[in-house]
Design a protein around this ligand. Structure first.
Ligand code: ADP
Ligand code: MG
Ligand code: ZN
Length: 477
């Protein structure tokens, strides 16, 4: 029998607010000294009063809007109880029956070019637990992560292959980054996945029994774990067995999923409304304000860059895939007025420089205006592409105005036919052999003459004009 996988994904993404969800401790915790960003609230001391962080809520709403979710004007927080050494409160503060948003959807583009819509069940807010490190001497606990804000994004069971699941997860990462709700950097633990997988005979409507594999922290492990689970369940079903509903873990070294425990139901968590935090009320006006802050998203941008600006697809996607990079391009384009060359300069020269020093576009010292001016100078024929490349390092380093650099260094292209004419004549006089070749029908021989003229002008000659002058002079011989 042929089986079809059914996949649903729960994604936890850390909101990039300055402070934690219910206290004022710093939310910037990567590589910080253990237990250096903690207080009575996030350590779960009795009698402490949490207060909801407005910035984190707003960022969560922006992400939900970008995922096409309905924002609920009334939502509340609930206690989800469980005991674990990294959870000093004895419960997580989450949202159970009244999440802040529901019913979204996103579109992914499959490798065959077709589009598929994946439903989003909900996006809700919750706080994170601390972190345990197991050592030979015992287990260490770091509470810096405790109380940091998460958004949990739950998909509908709409995916039918590893490819779809992987594209979905990548799309979510792009979207939450685009609206600046999360940095979603998996190496820093800012985004992780739980995958729910079941199989059903092809053609059957009802879903099969699923397993849930928790805490995958890279796209690679997401894909590997899905492949493993699909294979494991296929073998069970083909052997006449039954898949049990359970929670599994992922062993990144052995690349296998491992049974951890039977599946908990809501009853196991004894959910009840958080008594210390008032319900979350979001006004219509606030939702409208936040809607205005949602930028044009990457896929729409990529389409527009191709249709309106005539960029090739790969450049359109490279630029639009990263919000600050797209913004840089659009600013530079305002000055240069030339989309293709501007895209080229950003993706080759500029990115080359940034990559060398492992710097992101956000920290780029060269302003988009100055890059745009450089492209404009080439476009107007004031300097050649070669001269532009020559001066680029210093323009970049000092964020210099390329117009001034060209002026001060006297680098303007020589288009003056009188002066260029003299140089061309000299080159012709010095190279009777090349001239003879050209006259004898070797079209390409003229390249040798152009090269020498360009050399004599130290690259400042306008190659097009040099070519024209040479042809004219040769025809008069
Ligand atoms: P839980 O309370 O265990 O988190 P949910 O009903 O909220 O359960 O579903 C969690 C995830 O599992 C969702 O992403 C959902 O789409 C997915 N899911 C539910 N049923 C199935 C199934 N039979 N096969 C695969 N995924 C499923
Ligand atoms: Mg779950
Ligand atoms: Zn705190």
């Amino acid at each position: 029998m042929e089986y079809e996988p059914v996949i649903g994904i729960e994604i936890h993404a850390r909101i990039n607010s300055k402070t934690k969800l219910f206290c004022r401790c710093s939310n910037i915790i990567f590589n910080e000294k253990p237990n250096s960003h903690v207080c009575g609230i996030c350590m779960g001391h009795p009698g402490m009063l949490p207060a909801t962080n407005q910035e984190a809520v707003k960022k969560g709403i922006k992400a939900a809007l970008a995922l096409g979710c309905e924002i609920k004007e009334f939502s509340k927080f609930d206690r989800k109880s469980y005991f674990y050494p990294d959870l000093p409160k004895g419960y997580q503060i989450s949202q159970y029956d009244k999440p802040i948003s529901e019913n979204g959807k996103i579109v992914i583009t499959l490798s065959d070019g077709s589009a598929k819509t994946i439903g989003i069940t909900r996006l809700h807010l919750e706080d994170d637990a601390g972190k345990l490190t197991h050592t030979a001497g015992g287990t260490l606990v770091d509470f810096n992560r405790s109380g940091t804000p998460l958004m949990e994004i739950v998909s509908e069971p709409d995916m039918r292959s590893v490819e779809e699941a992987s594209l979905y997860a990548r799309q979510i990462q792009k979207i939450v980054r685009y609206v600046d709700a999360s940095d979603a950097d998996m190496e820093k633990g800012q985004m992780r996945f739980d995958i729910n997988v079941s199989l059903r005979p092809k053609g059957q409507k009802e879903f099969g029994v699923r397993s849930e594999t928790k805490n995958l922290n890279s796209f690679r492990s997401l894909e590997k774990a899905l492949e493993y689970e699909i294979k494991r369940q296929t073998e069970i079903l083909e052997g006449g067995g039954e898949v049990v509903q359970e929670t599994r873990g992922w062993d990144d070294n052995k690349e296998v999923t491992i049974s951890q425990r039977g599946k908990e139901g809501a009853a196991d968590y004894r959910y009840f409304p958080e008594p210390d935090i008032p319900p979350l009320v979001v006004t219509k006006e606030m939702i409208e304000e936040l809607k205005k802050e949602i930028p044009e998203l990457h896929d729409a941008k990529a389409d527009r860059y191709q249709s309106e600006l005539d960029l090739p697809a790969n450049h359109a996607h490279q630029l639009s895939g990263n919000a600050p990079l797209a913004a840089y391009f659009e600013e530079a384009l305002k000055v240069s007025g030339e989309p293709k060359k501007t895209a080229n300069w950003i993706l080759s020269e500029l990115m080359g420089r940034l990559n060398e020093s492992q710097m992101s576009i956000v920290k780029c010292q060269l302003s988009p205006e100055n890059l745009g001016k450089l492209v404009r100078l080439i476009e107007d024929g004031v300097i050649s592409g070669k001269i532009a490349k020559d001066i680029f390092p210093e323009v970049y380093e000092g964020n210099l105005d390329p117009e001034k650099v060209v002026e001060e260094k006297g680098l303007k292209v020589m288009s003056d036919t009188g002066e260029l004419g003299k140089i061309c004549q000299e080159v012709i006089d010095r190279n009777p052999n090349i001239v003879a070749d050209f006259k004898g029908g070797k079209e390409k021989a003229i390249g040798g003459l152009v090269g020498q003229v360009m050399g004599a002008t130290k690259g400042a000659g306008n190659p097009k004009i040099v070519n024209e002058i040479l042809r004219k002079q040769l025809s008069e011989l």
